[in-house]
Design a protein around this ligand. Structure first.
Ligand code: SF4
Ligand code: SF4
Length: 230
C-alpha cells in the first residue's frame, strides 16, 4: 500500500474524530507568527518580494497536521483552481526529479505561488512561516544549529537576536505526536507541497474531471517576487 492511503485515512480520522487538533495547530501558528514578526521587526526585515524568493526553493514538510491544514485550504478552492494546482504540482515534481538526476541547483515555483504570493498563506506550513530571519535550533542529535536568515537580513547592523526555533519545533512535534497517536498513524513524512497536493483526493478528482481548456487556465510559470502577505 502506498503512503497516500494511510495518510488520507489518518487525515480523515483527525477531521472527523479529533478536529480540536486543527484548532490547536492554528493557535500554534498564531504564536509562531508573533515570534517571527518580533524577530523580523528587530532585523528590519520587511518581506515584500525578492528575486531570490524562498518559494522557488526546495522545502520538505513532515507533519500530518500541516498536511490536513493545507488540504482544508485546497478543499475551499474551485474545481478549476484545484485542477491547475494539480498540473503545477506535476510540473514541480518533474523539475525536482530532473534536478536530482542532474545534481543541479533547484529553482522552481511552488505550486501554491501565484504572482509572488502564497495562495494558501493562512495554511502555509511552519518552515514557510519561519524562513527569512536568523535563527537558532537545538537539535537533539546535532546540537546547536544556527541559520543566518535570508539575504534581506544580511546587511542588518542590529545586535544578534535570532529567532529561537526550538520551542516552536518542540510544540509542533508534541502536537503532532498526540494527533498521530489519536489515529494510529506512525509513518515518517517528507513531503514537498507538490507531493501533498498530489496526495489529496479532492485535488486528484478535480484534475481527472477537468477539461483541456481548464488545464490551460493556470498560473505564471516564472516567479519574480514573493510577498509574505497574501
Ligand atoms: S523571506 Fe522574503 S526577502 Fe527573504 S528570501 Fe523569502 S521572499 Fe525573499
Ligand atoms: S506554501 Fe506558500 S509560502 Fe510556502 S513555498 Fe509555497 S507559495 Fe511559498
Amino acid at each position: 500500500m502506498s503512503l497516500t492511503t494511510p495518510l488520507n485515512q489518518a487525515a480523515e480520522g483527525i477531521r472527523q474524530k479529533a478536529p480540536d487538533f486543527l484548532a490547536r495547530l492554528d493557535a500554534l501558528n498564531d504564536d509562531m507568527d508573533r515570534r517571527y514578526a518580533a524577530a523580523a521587526a528587530h532585523y528590519g526585515l520587511v518581506c515584500q518580494g525578492c528575486t531570490q524568493s524562498c518559494c522557488l526553493t526546495r522545502f520538505y514538510h513532515h507533519t500530518l497536521l500541516e498536511y490536513i491544514a493545507l488540504w482544508e485550504g485546497v478543499r475551499r478552492l474551485s474545481d478549476r483552481t484545484r485542477a491547475a494546482l494539480h498540473a503545477r504540482a506535476v510540473t514541480y515534481r518533474r523539475a525536482l526529479e530532473a534536478s536530482d538526476r542532474l545534481e543541479g541547483p533547484f529553482r522552481h515555483p511552488c505550486p501554491l505561488e501565484k504572482e509572488g504570493r502564497c495562495r494558501l498563506y493562512t495554511q502555509r506550513p511552519m518552515i514557510c512561516r519561519l524562513h527569512g530571519v536568523p535563527h537558532t535550533l537545538h537539535h537533539p542529535a546535532k546540537g546547536l544549529i544556527t541559520g543566518p536568515g535570508c539575504h534581506a537580513c544580511h546587511s542588518s547592523t542590529q545586535p544578534e537576536r535570532p529567532l529561537a526555533r526550538t520551542p516552536i519545533y518542540t510544540a509542533l512535534a508534541g502536537l503532532e505526536r498526540s494527533a498521530r497517536a489519536a489515529v494510529g498513524f506512525n509513518q515518517p513524512l517528507r513531503l514537498t507541497i507538490a507531493d501533498m497536493i498530489l496526495a489529496m483526493p479532492s485535488c486528484s478528482r478535480s484534475a481527472s474531471s477537468t477539461t483541456v481548456e481548464d488545464q490551460r487556465v493556470g498560473f505564471p510559470s516564472v516567479l519574480q517576487t514573493k510577498r509574505r502577505t497574501g
